[in-house]
Design a protein around this ligand. Structure first.
Ligand SMILES: Cc1cc2nc3c(=O)[nH]c(=O)nc-3n(C[C@H](O)[C@H](O)[C@H](O)COP(=O)(O)OP(=O)(O)OC[C@H]3O[C@@H](n4cnc5c(N)ncnc54)[C@H](O)[C@@H]3O)c2cc1C
Length: 472
């Protein structure tokens, strides 16, 4: 007889493990199936190990500027294998934490690749071969890196983000294709390690989803650090030659015939492909759209007992979105199953999803960009405060960048915030909370922020939007 559960979650990333725990909290008998280590891409091969690498990079850069702080140091160099090992140790520790949480919540864990046999049964063909039946399923299988046509990943010369974080030695040169958050973070990391980095983006600016001023500031800052940034440039004719890669670059500020660029390694960060193949999803009748599982606002697929959350149901492809979707899906299932907890379903506001890039300077944003707010017909006030005017940033010796807020001129509603500079990924939640709780610019500007803190720039930029900034 197959084992039977109220809820079976496929994939134990930040979407799946959170959904499983919320399901267990709501009284469901939950099973989670994971083919690899719990924690998913985020904890094992994404958010966490990259942040550990970047921490080493930032520390190294800080040490290089020690003289400015009155500290004399002999020559300093990175111990690359140790940097990589530390990043793996941090990731391992986080994955163990997820295993602990799943056990604590009495969730049955199965290892293997889940494949649907029919719409109520899955089996694990690559491990125990056992079958599992369930009243509800949540698909949380994530996504994987997209390859550049004609250039499959080989983990040596042609790198995905996963292989780029476990190289054995620092490459002399690295070509990064795609300047979204992943490409930009690796550009930062390897530049700090001493690699000659070329960052190529097909669109007209790096971090193309961010506010234009933020992209421009980051590009300037990267160029100052010796990173070659090419925007409006396409990559073609990739060839592997003698353990190196050669490509043709064509576009803005390059000769009409293009430029042939050779690099020791190429990192391809041009987007993701959903992990929805090889699970028999279409065979059992689940609708996909461009490979992503199609769901309604409660994450329900066209089959009423199968839900899908996180990267596998489409953008925004972010860990915190996956986790919140996991909570919402588990709650929607509880309500669908009879709602013993008197839950009231509140949907996620996809117009107010925070996003962060942990390069140096850091980038953080939420809501509408200035341009988007104008395009949507809002009458806006823009408030901007530079870190150079902030005492804490000056004391830290890290006063580049600014906080910028977009506010509706008539109502004072916060439409968006765009931050670049020291520690801004930790400043953004103040704005997120403001948007979530429908605070106005005036309410934030009149809140006392402790002095001296970087967060004062947030208060000051709202003051600036109202024409009331003091330190500007
Ligand atoms: C280099 C990098 C850096 C990133 N940095 C950030 C960041 O700083 N902040 C942020 O918000 N996001 C970041 N992301 C994105 C983030 O990692 C993803 O949005 C997040 O992991 C998605 O969570 P998920 O649960 O949907 O999927 P995943 O984390 O991908 O988890 C899916 C899990 O399902 C398992 N699985 C797949 N198919 C099956 C199957 N058939 N049976 C059993 N198990 C299966 C996989 O092994 C995996 O463990 C980063 C991504 C990368 C690649």
């Amino acid at each position: 007889m197959p084992e039977s559960y109220d809820l079976t979650v496929i994939g134990a990333g930040p979407g799946g493990y959170v959904a499983a725990i919320r399901g267990a909290q709501l009284g469901m008998n939950v099973c989670i199936i994971e083919k690899d280590r719990p924690g998913g891409i985020c904890l094992n091969w994404g958010c966490i190990p990259t942040k550990a690498l970047l921490e080493s990079a930032h520390l190294l850069e800080k040490i290089h500027s020690a003289k400015e702080f009155g500290i004399d140091l002999e020559s300093v160099k990175p111990d690359f294998p140790k940097i990589v090992k530390r990043s793996r140790d941090v990731a391992d520790g986080m994955a163990s934490g997820v295993e602990f949480l799943l056990n604590k919540n009495k969730i049955t864990r199965k290892k293997g690749t889940a494949v649907f046999k029919d719409s109520n049964t899955i089996w694990l063909p690559d491990t125990s071969k056992e079958e599992i039946v369930s009243k509800y399923f949540i698909i949380a299988t994530g996504a994987r890196a997209r390859e550049l046509p004609g250039l499959p990943f080989d983990g040596k010369t042609v790198l995905s983000s996963k292989s780029a974080m476990v190289l054995e030695k620092i490459p002399e040169s690295l070509l990064i294709v795609g300047a979204g958050a992943i490409g930009v973070e690796f550009a930062d990391f390897y530049a700090a390690m001493g690699t000659k980095v070329t960052l190529v983006e097909m669109l007209d600016r790096i971090l193309p989803v961010e506010d234009k001023e933020v992209s421009a500031f980051l590009e300037k800052s990267f160029s100052k650090r010796g990173i070659r940034v090419l925007t409006g440039v396409g990559v073609s004719n990739p060839e592997l030659k003698g353990g190196k890669v050669e490509v043709l670059l064509k576009g803005k500020n390059l000769p009409e015939t293009g430029e042939v660029l050779e690099a020791e390694k190429i990192l391809v960060s041009i987007g993701l492909v959903p992990n929805t193949d090889s699970m028999n999803l279409e065979e059992i009748g689940v609708f996909l759209q461009k490979g992503f599982v199609k769901t309604d606002t409660k994450y329900k697929t066209n089959l009423s007992h199968i839900y899908a959350i996180g990267d596998c149901n489409g953008p925004p492809l972010l860990a915190h979105v996956a986790s919140m979707e996991g909570i919402k899906a588990a709650e929607a299932i509880s309500i669908h199953a009879g709602n013993p907890h008197h839950l009231r379903y509140t949907p996620i506001d996809y117009d107010a999803i925070p996003g962060c890039t942990y390069c140096h300077p850091e980038v953080a944003s939420i809501g509408l960009t200035e341009q988007k707010a104008i395009d949507l017909g809002h009458t806006i006030n823009v408030g901007k405060f530079p870190f150079i005017g902030n005492g804490r940033a000056r004391a830290m010796g890290d006063a580049g960048g600014f906080t910028k807020v977009i506010v509706d001129r008539h109502s004072g509603e916060i439409l968006g915030a765009h931050l670049i500079g020291p520690g801004v990924t930790e400043l953004l939640p103040a704005v997120s909370l403001g948007i979530n709780q429908e605070l106005t610019a005036k309410e934030i500007a009149s809140t006392i922020f402790a002095h001296p803190t970087l967060s004062e720039t947030v208060m000051e930029s709202f003051g600036a939007a109202l024409g009331e900034a003091i330190n500007l």
